[in-house]
Design a protein around this ligand. Structure first.
Ligand code: V47
Length: 382
């Protein structure tokens, strides 16, 4: 078992470019943009990981979080199919691989594999031209009625922006209506890379950085918490990622509404980007470690096992990550883009992965409250 308290940092034992950063981490001083650039470019990724591990264990000791969740993608039909060149999930109406679920289909998917044992439904989809906000509100109310124990983490900022545009409503009005229908929190997707030099290449015409940030700012001010992400491993340069991380950190300083940051590794298959390489394991670890060191105000860093494999996610727990996401059950976005991982892990499998990495597995709800005993077990016992 990993000790809860990490050994002390001795900056003089770190390679030169990381010595100043090691001193700052030892003393609890915030890293700046120049330090972030060093983290994103140093060849000394193992040393970086050692620093991130220290911060992670200061925050979370030897605990590693996971949840029992299920992904649901009601539709992949998307008006931005040709805009988001990295996306392998989206389809135009009528295309062979397009799907649209009915409300009953959504409830059926929600009930599969555990139904009431699931504490979170993660619901995202394409920007469907014909599905109204009312259709989604009814879906949310239907889920809440049928699965009262499950938190509804649903709709990226891009979807919220689309609902506002389609219905000619303000962002706040859309969020209020969704919250009243059962929305619990927002997932972190759609952030990609904020910098316009990259955004114009990979997702021209989609919500820009200021708009993505505004959706999350409004949500946070209404008490709706959210996650945030960064898509790396394509055409971006380190300076674009420095800018991205600083913008997320600034918003968190302002609102405190982010629960977790998830670095997302670009997957190259079945999309229009024209790139053929997957990220490497070391690069994935570098992004997790950098995130832990730089985003000092975001409590959790997620190593999303679907994306980087359960094997690398185990290692990531020693590079700053404290959360593995969940059981997932059915995953489309990464599997349509070439992910070779399985679609689901059971609770015992997640616990085993965490234990064998030397940590204590803690099942959590979406807000990171530990679930011991689980609500279903408590109900049976009482
Ligand atoms: O917004 C799409 C990314 C995101 C590809 O909040 C791709 O808990 C790599 O945001 N290669 C959706 N990435 C996934 C997401 C997420 C995942 C897990 C947990 C949470 C959370 C959020 O996936 C999209 C986009 O940034 N994406 N296509 C691709 N080819």
């Amino acid at each position: 078992m990993i000790e809860e308290t990490p050994p002390p940092i001795l900056p003089e034992t770190f390679p030169a470019p990381l010595r100043e950063i090691a001193t700052k981490v030892r003393d609890g001083v915030r890293l700046d943009a120049a330090d972030t650039m060093v983290c994103l470019t140093t060849p000394h990724v193992l040393h970086l990981g050692r620093l991130a591990d220290t911060v992670r264990r200061r925050l979370h000791g030897n605990r590693t979080f996971f949840n029992v969740n299920r992904h649901i993608n009601p539709t992949n039909v998307c008006v931005y199919t040709y805009n988001c060149k990295f996306c392998s999930f989206a389809a135009l109406p009528g295309e062979e691989h397009a799907w649209e679920m009915s409300h009953e289909d959504v409830y059926k998917h929600a009930a599969e594999q555990g139904g009431n044992a699931v504490t979170e439904f993660h619901i995202v989809g394409g920007l469907h031209p014909d599905l109204s906000l009312d259709w989604y509100l009814e879906m949310m109310r239907g889920l809440r009625e049928r699965f009262p124990n499950a938190h509804l983490k649903a709709f990226t900022a891009i979807e919220i922006g689309w609902f506002a545009k389609r219905e000619k409503l303000s962002l706040a009005e859309v969020l209020v209506r969704l919250r009243d229908a059962g929305l619990g929190s927002l997932p972190g997707g759609g952030a990609e890379i904020f910098h316009p030099e990259v955004r114009e290449i990979i997702c021209d015409g989609k919500l820009d950085a200021d708009e993505w940030i505004e959706v999350h700012r409004i949500a946070h001010k209404m008490g709706i918490r959210s996650n945030c992400t960064m898509l790396y491993g394509h055409v971006e340069k380190p300076e674009h990622k420095v800018d991205h991380l600083m913008r997320l950190r600034d918003l968190q300083d302002e609102t405190g509404g982010f629960n977790a940051f998830i670095p997302l590794a670009y997957h190259p298959e079945n999309n229009y980007m024209g790139l053929k390489y997957h990220t490497t394991g070391l690069d994935d670890l570098r992004h997790i470690a950098t995130a832990r060191l730089v985003l000092d105000n975001i409590p959790h860093i997620k190593a999303y096992w679907v994306m980087i494999t359960p094997r690398l996610a185990q290692v990531a727990l020693r590079f700053g990550a404290d959360d593995l996401d969940g059981t997932v059950v059915e995953e489309k976005i990464y599997h349509m883009a070439g992910a070779g991982t399985s679609q689901q892990l059971s609770r015992p499998e997640l616990e085993r992965i965490v234990r064998e990495a030397g940590f204590v597995p803690v099942e959590r709800d979406t807000m990171y409250n530990p679930l011991t005993p689980r609500p279903a077990e408590a109900a049976v016992a009482s």
